[in-house]
Design a protein around this ligand. Structure first.
Ligand SMILES: [Zn+2]
Ligand SMILES: [Zn+2]
Length: 96
């Protein structure tokens, strides 16, 4: 008789949503647990992501579109502000 308690409900251990095997980690897109056989590695920018095969089929293997759009919306106000400062500097610089 052992006193070791095995977790009967599988607490803490996630199972792959596709095949039910022990999951290797969450999908980078839908965050559902997937095993190594049911995920593909994608290159999105600087790092490598693992997305499940369903997300890979639906949205392609690249996360590039997402982070490029995010980068665009991040840079847009900065560029706009720089342009505004340049115009203001030009206007006030003329009188001085
Ligand atoms: Zn699987
Ligand atoms: Zn997914």
């Amino acid at each position: 008789m052992t006193l070791l308690q095995d977790s009967h409900d599988g607490g803490g251990l996630e199972h792959c949503v596709h095949c039910g095997a022990l999951a290797a980690g969450p999908c980078a897109r839908c965050a559902r647990p997937v095993c190594g056989d049911c995920c593909v590695l994608t290159e999105g920018g600087a790092s490598v992501w693992a997305v499940c095969t369903r997300c890979a089929r639906r949205g392609g293997r690249s996360l590039g579109a997402g982070w490029k759009a995010a980068l665009f919306w991040l840079l847009l106000p900065i560029v706009g502000l720089a342009l505004l400062l340049a115009v203001l500097g030009y206007l006030f610089g003329r009188t001085g």
